[in-house]
Design a protein around this ligand. Sequence first.
Ligand code: HEC
Ligand code: HEC
Length: 465
Amino acid sequence: MRPWSSRSPFHPAVLTHCVAVTLVLWVWGSPSLVAAERPAPDLGAGKDAYRQHCARCHGATGRGDGVDAKRFYPRPRDLALGVYKFRSTASGTPPTDENLFQTISQGLPGSNMPDWQHLDEGVRWQIVAYLRSLSPVFEKVQPAPVQLADDPGPARADHAKGKALYETLGCAACHGSAGRANGPSAGGLVDDWGMPIRPANLTQGWSYRGGHDPRSVMLRVLTGIDGAGMPSYAEALSPEEAWHLAYYVTSLQEPVHWNLVARAVRVDDSLPSAVDDPRWAEADRTDLQLDNVVNATGEWASPPTVNAASLEAVYNDEAIAFRFTWDDPTQDLHAPHDGFALLLKPVGSEGDVVTLQAWPSAGAPPLDVCYWSAERGTAWEAVATDFDSVTTPSVSTPPFLQSASGYQDGRWRMVVQRALHPNHPRGAAVVTTEAFTSIAVAVWDGGNPGSRAVSSWIDIALREP
Ligand code: HEC
Ligand code: HEC
């Protein structure tokens, strides 16, 4: 057959062909045909696919004890308990097959559970059948889908009603009044698998595992997050009210700016030195995702409490000022106290620090560290091969940097200023219009001692107006 392109697009044979293709696609996409494609369960095939793709995390027999399991928060699920978080079914009842199919297909964003879109749909259904065989709950208890109301849509969703429900139902006890995971009950929660767990930061839509659209949030509220200590509110609110609450929660999500290059804006006069200087609004915002550094045995010690930080930067002829913002559920001014570091790569150092997950380490090159301590309320700069020599400096007067900070409702904001070409410390990084400078951040939460959250490297570029 000749390729279509060699024919006139108006050739009758081409037109007939196109119509035929369209019809076939339409029939293929119709729900009945998709359903008919679901194969008869074949446990052997499901088990083989599970062993190949899932066992390294969920374990050979599904007990959540795969070789990689201890590195992740939350841990990969123990599937033998038959407790599932993300369902459209009443609390205490198992998920539907479609819920499981969706989890496998889409993964759980914001966790280490990948999506399996690339696996053949038939294989995904065989895995669903295999997961069901791991727990007797699927035989004993029928999934009970929760009752849903029609989506009122964003225009008719009642914000004030949603906010009032958020307060009266006690969501803030765990999630905090502004949704920053800093409610009075946020610490000390333990999940059904015996691991500590933290409430979600509802301002970070990207971190919702089960979807951050109003419908997904509505389902979380009505079904609860079984196993994670988040109750179901199906008895406490009507299906209509659940939508208003879900739209309100969605409105707490803040837009994200994942830039690989952060741009500093030039100003002619002095740099902003207060956290609420209105000129920060003219600077571009860049968000950085943070991951906790795992301990020496490759495990996480406690759930992460600081997941992200954002920055804005402004410069003039002499210096550059940064404003950093990060959510930390507790303000800790005494040891163990909160802390923050901006790291810059000095030019010309031997070797490279590819990731802060692996710094400090033996033989790794020094980094320029601008460290701010909540205890001292000041910041200083050092070129060092580890954090400890900077965070607990032996000299009583390190080269201080101009800084300011404020903590409000689960959120730190901190401004720090440094010279573009510092004379000291020796070997300090330079920031110029000619080249990009690599920067990254590290955050310590005194309320979560022993944990350090770090970002990847991004570049900072000076932008002429
Ligand atoms: C890289 C590690 C990793 C791999 C590989 C992996 N998972 Fe997961 N999985 C996780 C983690 C981590 C969680 C827990 C996430 C959470 O609790 O939010 C999870 C949770 C789940 C859940 C629970 C969902 C719920 O509603 O509670 C199911 C089901 C699941 N995984 C199925 C699978 C299947 C099937 C495969 C293979 C096709 C697979 N996973 C492969 C890490 C992994
Ligand atoms: C007892 C503490 C607690 C209360 C009260 C609570 N939650 Fe949660 N919530 C949690 C925990 C813990 C998680 C994280 C679960 C996880 O990581 O698997 C969570 C997660 C969430 C998520 C994210 C789901 C996802 O897809 O990742 C949403 C949305 C949410 N809660 C909304 C609410 C709303 C709305 C209320 C009030 C009606 C509420 N929560 C009340 C503990 C609570």
